[in-house]
Design a binder for this molecule. Structure first.
Ligand code: NI
Length: 148
């Protein structure tokens, strides 16, 4: 990450709980099980997901902050993870009507919600981590065009 002078990255975490399953409609139950294991069960299973967002911007002299972290918490809870909380991602979230509910796809959905929201505040979302558990998570930085 290239930080310009007086630019700071703030990191905030948020949580949501959701159910999901991994299953392709065009292949058989057996093939789904071979590919996705027990996660292919269409009755679903749940995770307590955590996200970690990195927001970069200039430190505003009048506040000494990049942004009010309380405001960021409200945005995350109401607009980013809130719409997924206590949902079945496959059945209740339109984005996943034709996508697998993988961590990779979840990270892109959350990025697509948060990146423009931060840009509207003059800030840059520089990283997003989505954790399914302590030892399984993805990181997303907005696509290949932003890789070094
Ligand atoms: Ni799962």
């Amino acid at each position: 990450m290239n930080a310009t002078p007086n630019t700071v990255t703030v990191i905030r975490k948020a949580k949501f709980a959701a159910a999901h399953f991994l299953r392709l409609p065009e292949i058989s139950d057996e093939e789904n099980f071979q590919r996705f294991g027990p996660s292919s069960n269409p009755l679903a299973h749940g995770h307590n997901y955590e996200i970690e967002v990195s927001v970069q911007g200039p430190v505003r002299p009048e506040t000494g902050m990049v942004m009010n972290l309380k405001d960021l918490k409200v945005i995350l809870n109401e607009e980013v993870v809130g719409p997924l909380d206590f949902k079945n991602l496959n059945l209740q979230v339109e984005y996943f009507q034709n996508r697998l509910t993988t961590l990779e796809n979840i990270s892109q959905l959350l990025w697509d919600r948060l990146h423009p929201r931060m840009a509207g505040l003059g800030l840059t979302l520089t990283g997003l981590k989505v954790l399914e558990s302590d030892d399984l998570f993805v990181e997303y930085y907005g696509g290949t065009d932003q890789l070094p």
